[in-house]
Structures are given as structure tokens and as C-alpha cells.
Design a protein around this ligand. Structure first.
Ligand code: ATP
Length: 315
């Protein structure tokens, strides 16, 4: 097989709790992650030479080695040099729809798609857990992006426990095109302000992890209780991002004024998402917010929850 087309979905955080610092410099997190149907398309094509090429027509997405899709291909070439020599390199085209630097893990999802696509191109037959192990070498969100659906993520975000699939609710996402929030800034500012809440010993860390595993959000997901899920949305990073970015706070308020199950910033922002009972309701919310914030720079999308991660759609 010489080419594959894969669908690479965005993720939102239904829950994000910062527990402590880690010796590796990352934060210890407890998150509930959800894939949504706002997607990029990744086309992979075998090359006759041992080279990696990335093309993306989005001005903010690099085409060099700093692209996470490139790093995924480079990792596969390093891990499987014989297959790289046998099947040749790969040309990667990214058709970007997921907003960039938005807290939606677009780059991580693209990297996951490249790992899965190269596994197919090179007939490696890797299992999902083998792919996830490779994915963790690229970034904390990449293992989740391989499997997708709904999952509890702990550690840096790479330790995953699958949760029951949620086919509802629908989601409305909003992002100001000209607004970006630096993820390192958000975490560093959180550390400065809230370090006194961090746990410092292994026992307390385990207690906090277990509290999320058996906590109210996870229970609501097991019961598929959309109303509760909406009420229990949580993101610690809102405490540092919302005061600094009043536009993001305003957008969150506009979603609540439109009558949603809940609204929350995703990851380190600045995307805000809102949950609605149905596609029709989500579209009404979108129109309501469009009217209450008549800003040409505000992009809004309606998308379903998705139960899958990366999908192959053509080869
Ligand atoms: P996260 O939620 O994981 O923090 P994000 O959604 O905030 O991610 P991305 O859209 O993944 O952020 O991109 C963040 C930065 O990474 C951008 O500034 C971009 O230049 C760079 N980048 C590298 N590869 C990609 C890619 N394939 N798609 C998008 N951005 C990429």
C-alpha cells in the first residue's frame, strides 16, 4: 500500500486537575479527555527516497522538523530503520481545520495519525499499546490521541484508563482567531500562584489520583448523565488564564447565557467549549453566541463527541 488518508480529531478536557510537580519538570495531572468531531485530514504517501516531507497550508504550522507530524515520522524511522530502508520515506500533507495553539491538541493528534499511518505503510503490525508507547515519546497528549474516545489520563497525561463511550452531548467550540495562550506560561503561572496546594509525598499523590478515579465526574460518565457532566466540568488552568484574558471569560459567559449544560476552557486555552443536549440545540447556541459577540475574529464550530481516535478513511 503506497498511501493512506487518516482523520485526526481534536480533544477537549472535560476535567483537568493539577496535582503536583514531577521530578521530570512536568506537572502531575488528572484529566478526563474527550475526542470531538473537529478534525484534520492527514495524507501519507510513500517516497522512493529515505526522506520525510511535511506540507501544511496553515501559516502557523511549521513544515520543518519542529512539526509534531515530522517528529512522529522521524521516530518511526529511528525505531524501524529496516522498514524505513525497505519502504522508503514518507510525504505528509496536513489539511488543517483544528485551530492551532488552541488547547485542542491538534499537533498531538496529527503526530498520532502519522504513527498509525506509517505502521500501515510499513506493514509493522504494531498493537495499540505499542503505538501508545511510541506516542508518549513525542508528547503527553499523543497516546490519548491514538485511542481517542473518552479516557481518564494521569501522570503527565500519558497513563490512560478508558471510560465508557459518550455519544452525547454535542459540543460548540469557540476561539478568537487572533488569540493564543502559551501552554508553558499557563502552567508556570499556575505553579507560582498555587504551589502551596501541590502534594509532595507519594501517599498523598496516590490519594489525589484515586479521588479522581472514583470521583463525581467519572461516575457521571459511567451513568452517561449529561446534565451532571455539564455541571462537573473543571479546569484548574482557568484560574490563571481567565483573569488575564477577559475575552475568554466573556466567551464562556456568552455560552452560559445561551443555555448550555456547561462551558469550560479546554486545556490551556484559549478555546472555550460548551455542551448541548443535541445537534439542533448546539446550533442554536452557536447562533446565540454569534449574535451576543459580533466579533469577526471569533470562530465557532459545532461538533459531536466521537468514540474513536485516529481513523483510516482511504488507502
Ligand atoms: P495542546 O492542547 O497539546 O497544548 P495546542 O492545541 O495548544 O496543543 P497545537 O495546535 O498542537 O497546540 O500547536 C501548538 C504549536 O505547535 C503551534 O504553535 C505550532 O507552531 C506547533 N506545531 C507543530 N506541529 C504542529 C501540527 N502538526 N499542527 C499544529 N501545530 C503544530
Amino acid at each position: 500500500m503506497r498511501s493512506y488518508t487518516l482523520i485526526s480529531p481534536a480533544k477537549i478536557n472535560l476535567y483537568l486537575e493539577i496535582i503536583s510537580d514531577r521530578p521530570d519538570g512536568y506537572h502531575e495531572l488528572a484529566m478526563v479527555l474527550q475526542s470531538v468531531g473537529l478534525t484534520d485530514q492527514i495524507d501519507l504517501r510513500s517516497l522512493s527516497t529515505e526522506s520525510i516531507q511535511v506540507h501544511c497550508d496553515h501559516p502557523l504550522v511549521p513544515s520543518d522538523k519542529t512539526n509534531l507530524a515530522y517528529r512522529a515520522a522521524e521516530l518511526m524511522a529511528a525505531e524501524f530503520p529496516q522498514a524505513f530502508a525497505q519502504y522508503g520515506g514518507v510525504a505528509i500533507n496536513i489539511n488543517k481545520r483544528i485551530p492551532v495553539g488552541a488547547g485542542l491538541a491538534g499537533g498531538s493528534s496529527n503526530a498520532a495519525a502519522v504513527l498509525m499511518g506509517i505502521d500501515l505503510l510499513w506493514h509493522l503490525g504494531l498493537t495499540q499499546s505499542e503505538l501508545q508507547e511510541l506516542a508518549a515519546k513525542i508528547g503527553s497528549d499523543v497516546p490519548f490521541c491514538i485511542a481517542g474516545g473518552t479516557a481518564l489520563a494521569t501522570g503527565r497525561g500519558e497513563q490512560l484508563s478508558p471510560l465508557p463511550n459518550l455519544e452525547h452531548p454535542w459540543v460548540v467550540l469557540g476561539k478568537y482567531r487572533n488569540l493564543a495562550v502559551s501552554t508553558p506560561w499557563a502552567y508556570q503561572t499556575y505553579r507560582q500562584k498555587y504551589i502551596s496546594t501541590y502534594v509532595s509525598d507519594a501517599d498523598s499523590l496516590e490519594v489525589r489520583r484515586q479521588r479522581v478515579h472514583s470521583g463525581a465526574m467519572v461516575n457521571a460518565i459511567f451513568k452517561k448523565d449529561q446534565v451532571k457532566i455539564g455541571q462537573l466540568l473543571h479546569n484548574d488552568l482557568e484560574k490563571v488564564v481567565l483573569p488575564e484574558y477577559p475575552q475568554v471569560l466573556r466567551l464562556r459567559e456568552a455560552f452560559y447565557e445561551a443555555g448550555v449544560l456547561g462551558a469550560m476552557m479546554s486545556g490551556s486555552g484559549p478555546t472555550v467549549f460548551a455542551l448541548s443536549e443535541s445537534e439542533a440545540k448546539a446550533q442554536q447556541v452557536q447562533q446565540h453566541v454569534r449574535k451576543s459577540i459580533p466579533e469577526p475574529n471569533l470562530d465557532l464550530w459545532v461538533a459531536p463527541f466521537t468514540t474513536a481516535g485516529i481513523r483510516v478513511v482511504a488507502h
